[in-house]
Structure formats: structure tokens, C-alpha cells
Design a protein around this ligand. Structure first.
Ligand code: BGC
Length: 812
């Protein structure tokens, strides 16, 4: 769509029509306008899949591995393919705008949304994010770079004021967004937080560098509910307020223009951007629109299975992996997560997968007819109960697996009833006269004993068992965080003893009052077996097996949007479990199922340690491929992992008087570890494959002119006995610099494939930016001429070659 055409469309609209377009029509839709042939555009979270317009467990989506797993790929081609899958899902669900990728950084390992971000490093995050943007947008679906900017932790996220210098913003936190803009991203989402005193939806950073310096020509959309006033965001270059239709813009913005507080040309500029976006996604009358999803169910599964293996990071391996099925008669699969893995993180990114392969299912399928698989869950995790599902609950009316959802009027009469598959109901149908939402289920207890039941939501709630009230309370809403109010409200639990395994009718009710959100979650958990006996059972199975796969991980109570983590422990008795089984079986593989770093105090006791992150729907198939050597674990750590939280150089995420200081400056991630001289458990970039490599000659220029990129060529040989992939990394340092710098910083990488015994050449392109720093005095990128150290290796802590690179000013 040409700029002239946009101008002609704009001329057809009066002020009221234009302003109406600048707030959402609904929670997920933008407004349409017949006068210019504009239809509503549909947005959807992202990034783990495309949920579509409704939180409805019956409307399923492909579930990708978490962003931390995608950050571990170091493979932009594969990331682009995943972007294509997201676009295909968007097309299938009628979505125009995917609210992904998340480009915030792993600043602290405690970040609650760590799983949703790629990496601690601005360059790796930028390259990965740009690839995802390209993949999504190639199919005519918009991507959204979020959350602009410095929204790197959750504590007080709605109002925190991040204090960070201009140089650190430019070099670290803004850099991934700049890469996304260079990749042509069509939307940028302004976060809830403030930076240096200005709330992001009204921040000067929207104009500069985003729209000015970088030339971003797309739409700046607010995070959901982040718009706080009328005039400032309108002047500050925010374009679209979501959700809608109510909000601080709407009629108030019309008045602000009429009163001369906001120039009409500012409104025109926003509408022009919105129309440009509409043209791009095919929402304007004349533009074609992609209709057919590019991925069918089989392609989806194949790609996701490949991604699980490619993103899994093998931290250590004492000649245990890969396991040879021919050498195994019995395999013990241990851990609660083996049968009930954590497939995705909590919060707005959540989707409902159509199917999921657990680690246990994947291993069983791979070893079918080859070896016996024994599963022992071991001690329970000691976590709050999970939402009712189809396992041991049925709809009391139809008898179908699941629950009955009813809406009742003031007098308790039924207005609406439907069968649902989950006790987690975030968006019950809207029925105006409804005053109560009721979720009921016939629970078939597998065991008598002390059960835990729970209900989550806001307002007055009751829980009854066979008509006996066991919980009755008023729980007022005390937060404005939508991830808490609408997605993850606090759970209130009660314990009660069930004497028999007779079915019991569970009835949960929540009064529907304004301001209490729409979410109601009903949960139950059976009695947990005694930890000592469960541990002993696991040890017995491990001792009798030829190999042990023990799967440990975090839960939805630790890694979720809206909260930061309190510690990095696995929780429950999981550390004791790994220690105990590793002590009796040398061939113990510890599989870690977490979105972000956890402490692994037993890491030197296990035969192998493999990270699978939150692996998405193909968890088990991808894992089995890696365990039994059908695929290599391809991942490299996108973030440095501490042995213990206490060692981590940057952990603070708690605002003081509403402010969070990024006092560590440019020293984030491995840079901070290097600066403090501390040793992490595993460095950024670390990860083992199934073969070995010998690094040979490095070819790098001795000198480079200011403003030029340069190439580093590394020869390497696969010295093992199977094909493999190696990620060659390049770092830079400037020991005697006049400006403060990281001890060294990541500059680029390239991956090579080689057959056993073969040589390959890794060609690493280092952009000119890698040699620049931001000068606050001159408000521009500058370069210090002179000598830089160039380093090559396998991780930030394992560098096998170094040389000197002279940078000169390029004249003569
Ligand atoms: C999250 C965004 C998300 C939006 C819509 C917000 O609370 O921060 O990442 O896209 O909700 O669900």
C-alpha cells in the first residue's frame, strides 16, 4: 500500500472515526471502519503458540518449546521455520497479529518470565528475535516485539520505574528491539513499566530511537491495560491502546484534540500507521489475505519434535548418553515430571495443546519391544493442587470426563450450562443476568486419605463436597495486574479427609461482581505418599534398572508471569531424589524440565545432565530422540547458570521506593560473571553434542576500519565417530579501554555440521556495531581506535584462541 493511498484513506475519516480506530474494539480486536474498507484485526498471544481470541481449552493450538529453548537453538534457520509455524497457526485461527517475540533479557535468574525470553545476551536475543519476526511476517502475519523496554522482571511490573543509563539502554536492552526493527517488525508493544520516570506508553523512547533514529514505520501498541492517561501517550508516539473499547483514549482523545491539547496530525500519524499495518496483514478491502495454513498436524509435530532435540542442552555427560537400546533390558523412568511434565510457562502466553507426549510416553514408545520401562514417580512435589481435568473427574450431568459449567441468576436459577474439559475457566460465556459461576464435577478419588481442594478467583467463593460447605470466603481483588486477575488468580485451599474412594460431588461457586475479573479455577489433589517410602521405591527401581532417566523440574507455581521467583531450587524432594538414584545407578540421566535456571547441587553425581526447558507438546518424542541417539542434543546455553543463587552477580528485581536500578550497567549475564571473577556452574554458550571437535586455524583480519564488519573463519574437525553440529562463538575484549566495558562481550557465532572425521569451516560475521559503544556525551555510536582482543571458542568461559584486531579510523 503506497503512502499516497494511505493519505487518501485518511482523508475520508473525520476525527471521531479516526480516534475510534486507536482503541481496541474488544479485548483482542482492533476496530474496523467501513468508510475505508478496514476490517477488525485480530491479535493473539504468543509466544509459545497462537491461542486465538478465546481462553477455551477446547480450542487447541500447536505448543512450541518455550522461548528459552528457542534461545538455546543458535540456529536462525530453524527459528524462522518456527516463525512460519506460528504464522500458520495464526492463519488457522483467523489471527492477524501475533503478540511475540518477547525481547526482554534474562537480567536476573529469578525473573518470573525468564522462560518467555530468549537469552541474557542482547546479540543472541536480537538475532533469534529477528529470525522469528522474519518467519512470522513472511506469511503476511504481523509479529510484535515486546515489551519495549527494560521489562525484565515481574515484581511490581505494572508500575516499576527502571533506572538505567542511556548507554546501557542503547547497548543492552534496546539492542534486540533495534534488531527486530531492522528485520522489519510491524508492531512494537510498549510495556507496563516506566523507564527513568516515564511510563513506557508515554515514554520519549517511543519517538527516539524507535520511530526516529531506527525508522520504525509500524504500530506501537500498549501492553494490555498499560495506557494510563489521554494526552501524554498521544503526544509520545503510542499508536494503539489495547484492549478496548473503553479506555483513556476513546472519547477523551477526541476532546483533547478539540481542546488543542493534542494536534490532529498526531492522531493522523497513528491512523496512518494502523492503516499501513492493515494493508500489510490484508485487512483493507482490496488486499489479499493468506488463507491456508502452511502446516498440517504432521508437519507441525515433525518440526516441534526436531526443535525439542535441537534446543536440548547437554550440560554434562560421563559417557552415559546416548543410551543404546540394544544394551538395555530395563529402564527406570523416575520423577513426577516424567508423567506430568511442565510443557509451558504460566501467564498470558499459555495455549491449550491438542495433544502432548510426556517423557514417559516418548521413552515407552521408543523402547517398545526392546526394553521394559518401569515408572516410579517418587515423592510428590508438595505443590498446591492442579485444576480439575478429564482424568478422574466427570460432568455430573452428562457423565462425560470433565466438569459442568453453569451460570446462575440472582435467585440461583440456571441461565446457561455447558460441559467443559477443565476446572480452569478464564472466560465463561457472557450472560448479562448471571450473578454466579458454578463449576461442578463428580470426583472419583483414586485413594482415601487427606485430599486438598482449592478454588481460585476474586470475590465471594464457596466450595462444597456432597453439599457440605468446606470453604466459604470473600477474596477481594487487590491487584491491577491482568496476568493475576484474569489468568492466574490466587488459589485458596482446604484439606479434608475422604474416608472411602466413593465418588464425591465437588461444587464450586464464585459470585460475579464488577472488578473481580472473569477467572474461576477449581483444583484438587490426592493425598501424597510419604516421601521416605516414595524415595525408597524410586531407589529400588533405579538399582534394578540398566539405566535411569530421572525427570525433575519446576512447577506452574514458580515460573509464571506476574511473579518473580523466590529461589532457584527445584523444590520438593527432587534434589534428594536425583542424588539417591544416581548413587545406586551410574547410568543415571537427570533431565531438567524448567524454563529458566535451577540449582543442580547433584550435577557432578549424575551420569549426564540434560536440559529440556519447557519443551512444548513434543516433549517426549524429542527427548527420546536425544536419549537414544537418534538426534544430537543441539542446544547451547543462552544464559549463564549459577551453581547457587548466592553466586549470581545480578539477582535484584525488587524495586525500592518504586524504583529498580540497573546498577550493574552493561555487565549483564556472562559479562557480570567475568567482571566479578566468579565461576558459574555453566557458562553462556556451553552445551555438548555427541561428538568431539578439534579447533584448527583461525583466520581473522589483523586490522579493520571503523564502521566495517569483518569475518572470522575457523577451521574445525569432527574427531568423534558420528556426524555432529558445533556452534563456534566469537567474543571481543578491550583490556585498556578509555570507556568502561564488559570484560568481554559476545560478538557473533556460526554453526557447522560435519561428518565423522571431516573438516568444516565456521564463518562468523561480526557486525561493525560489535566494536562500537554509545557515547552519552555525543549521543551517538562511537568507536575507540586501537587494539581489541578477539577470542574464539565454545562458550564464554571456554575460549581456545585469541588474537589481536586493530581498529583504525578508516581514513587513508
Ligand atoms: C502481557 C503481554 C500480553 C498481554 C495480552 C499482558 O499482561 O504482559 O505479554 O501480550 O497481556 O495477553
Amino acid at each position: 500500500m503506497s503512502e499516497d493511498m494511505l493519505d487518501r484513506l485518511l482523508e475520508k475519516l473525520d476525527l471521531v472515526q479516526k480516534v475510534r480506530l486507536l482503541s481496541g474494539a474488544t479485548t483482542w480486536r482492533t476496530a474496523g471502519e467501513q468508510a475505508v474498507g478496514l476490517r477488525e484485526m485480530v491479535t493473539s498471544d504468543g509466544p509459545a503458540g497462537v491461542r486465538g481470541e478465546a481462553w477455551d481449552e477446547r480450542l487447541t493450538s500447536a505448543l512450541l518449546p518455550s522461548a528459552s529453548a528457542i534461545g538455546a537453538l543458535w540456529d536462525e534457520g530453524l527459528v524462522e521455520e518456527l516463525g512460519g509455524l506460528l504464522a500458520s497457526e495464526a492463519v488457522r485461527k483467523g489471527v492477524d497479529v501475533v503478540l511475540a517475540p518477547t525481547l526482554n533479557l534474562h537480567r536476573t535468574p529469578l525473573g518470573g518470565r525468564h522462560f518467555e525470553c530468549f537469552s541474557e545476551d542482547p546479540v543472541l536475543t536480537g538475532r533469534t528475535g529477528a529470525a522469528l519476526v522474519r518467519g512470522i511476517q513472511a506469511a503476511g502475519v504481523a509479529a510484535t516485539a515486546k515489551h519495549y523496554v527494560a521489562n525484565d522482571s515481574e515484581t511490581g511490573r505494572m508500575h516499576v520505574d527502571v533506572r538505567v543509563s542511556e548507554r546501557v539502554l542503547r547497548e543492552v536492552y534496546l539492542a534486540p528491539f533495534e534488531a527486530a526493527v531492522e528485520a522489519g517488525v510491524w508492531l512494537v508493544m510498549a510495556g507496563y513499566n516506566s523507564v527513568n520516570g516515564a511510563t513506557m506508553t508515554a515514554s520519549p523512547l517511543l519517538a527516539e530511537p524507535l520511530k526516529g533514529d531506527w525508522g520504525f514505520d509500524g504500530v506501537v501498541v500498549s501492553d494490555w491495560g498499560a495506557l494510563r492517561s489521554t494526552v501524554e501517550p498521544a503526544l509520545a508516539a503510542l499508536d494503539l491502546a489495547m484492549p478496548g473499547p473503553q479506555g483513556p483514549w476513546a472519547e477523551s482523545l477526541v476532546r483533547a484534540v478539540e481542546d488543542g491539547l493534542v494536534p490532529e496530525r498526531a492522531v493522523d500519524e497513528k491512523v496512518r500507521r494502523l492503516l499501513r499495518l492493515a494493508g500489510r496483514v490484508g485487512a483493507l478491502g482490496t488486499s489479499p489475505r493468506p488463507r491456508t495454513p502452511a502446516f498440517g498436524p504432521d508437519d507441525t509435530r515433525t518440526l516441534l519434535r526436531r526443535t525439542v532435540a535441537a534446543g536440548s542442552v547437554l550440560l554434562s555427560n560421563r559417557a552415559v548418553l546416548p543410551l543404546d537400546p540394544a544394551s538395555l533390558a530395563t529402564v527406570a523412568v523416575i520423577g513426577v515430571h516424567a508423567g506430568s511434565p511442565r510443557l509451558q510457562g504460566g501467564g498470558s502466553a499459555g495455549v491449550f495443546p491438542a495433544h502432548a507426549v510426556t517423557p514417559l510416553d516418548g521413552i515407552r514408545a521408543r523402547l517398545e519391544g526392546l526394553a521394559r520401562v518401569v515408572h516410579v514417580p517418587g515423592p510428590g512435589l508438595g505443590v498446591p493442587p492442579a485444576p480439575l481435568g478429564t482424568g478422574w473427574c466427570s460432568d455430573p450431568r452428562s457423565g462425560e470426563p470433565g466438569v459442568l459449567l453453569r451460570l446462575l441468576d440472582e435467585a440461583g436459577h440456571e441461565l446457561h450450562a455447558e460441559h467443559r474439559l477443565s476446572g480452569r475457566q478464564l472466560e465463561p460465556p457472557v450472560v448479562p443476568a448471571a450473578r454466579t459461576v458454578e463449576i461442578s464435577a463428580l470426583v472419583r478419588p483414586q485413594a482415601a486419605g487427606e485430599w486438598t481442594f482449592g478454588i481460585a478467583g476474586f470475590g465471594r467463593m464457596t466450595l462444597a463436597l456432597d453439599g457440605r460447605t468446606v470453604l466459604d470466603g470473600a477474596f477481594p481483588c487487590t491487584t491491577d495486574d491482568p496476568a493475576v486477575v484474569h489468568v492466574n488468580p490466587p488459589l485458596h485451599t482446604v484439606r479434608t479427609t475422604l474416608d472411602t474412594t466413593q465418588p464425591v460431588l465437588l461444587t464450586a461457586r464464585r459470585e460475579l461482581v464488577p472488578g473481580a475479573g472473569r477467572a474461576t479455577v477449581v483444583a484438587a489433589a490426592p493425598p501424597e505418599p510419604g516421601a521416605a517410602a516414595a524415595l525408597a521405591e524410586a531407589v529400588g527401581a533405579a538399582r534394578d534398572a540398566d539405566a535411569v532417566i530421572v525427570v525433575v523440574g519446576t512447577t506452574e507455581h514458580t515460573e509464571t508471569e506476574g511473579h518473580d521467583r523466590g529461589d532457584l531450587r527445584l523444590g520438593g524432594h527432587q534434589d534428594a531424589l536425583v542424588r539417591a538414584v544416581a548413587a545406586v545407578n551410574r547410568r543415571t540421566v537427570a533431565v531438567v524440565n524448567s524454563g529458566g535456571p535451577v540449582e543442580l547441587p547433584w550435577r557432578d553425581e549424575a551420569g549426564a545432565v540434560l536440559l529440556t526447558w519447557f519443551p512444548g507438546q513434543e516433549a517426549g518424542t524429542g527427548l527420546a530422540d536425544v536419549l537414544f541417539g537418534d538426534a544430537e542434543p543441539g542446544g547451547r546455553l543462552p544464559t549463564t547458570w549459577a551453581a547457587a543463587l548466592a553466586d549470581a552477580p545480578v539477582t535484584h528485581a525488587h524495586p525500592v521506593d518504586g524504583r529498580l536500578s540497573y546498577g550493574e550497567g552493561v555487565h549483564i549475564g556472562h559479562r557480570a560473571w567475568l567482571l566479578t571473577g566468579r565461576r558459574p556452574a555453566y557458562w553462556f554458550g556451553h552445551g555438548l553434542g555427541y561428538t568431539t571437535w578439534e579447533y584448527g586455524a583461525v583466520e581473522a583480519p589483523a586490522a579493520v576500519a571503523e564502521g566495517s564488519s569483518f569475518t572470522v573463519r575457523v577451521g574445525l574437525r569432527n574427531t568423534g565417530d558420528r556426524p555432529g553440529r558445533e556452534v563456534v562463538q566469537v567474543y571481543l575484549a578491550r583490556p585498556r579501554s578509555a570507556v568502561e566495558r564488559p570484560a568481554r562481550w559476545f560478538a557473533g557465532y556460526a554453526a557447522v555440521h560435519a561428518e565423522a572425521g571431516a573438516w568444516a569451516s565456521a564463518v562468523v560475521e561480526v557486525p561493525a556495531r560489535a566494536l562500537r559503544h554509545w557515547s552519552e556525551a555525543e549521543r551517538s555510536w562511537r568507536t575507540e581506535p586501537g587494539a581489541y582482543e578477539l577470542l574464539v571458542g565454545r562458550s564464554a568461559g571456554d575460549l581456545t584462541w585469541s588474537g589481536t584486531l586493530h581498529l583504525h579510523d578508516g581514513v587513508g
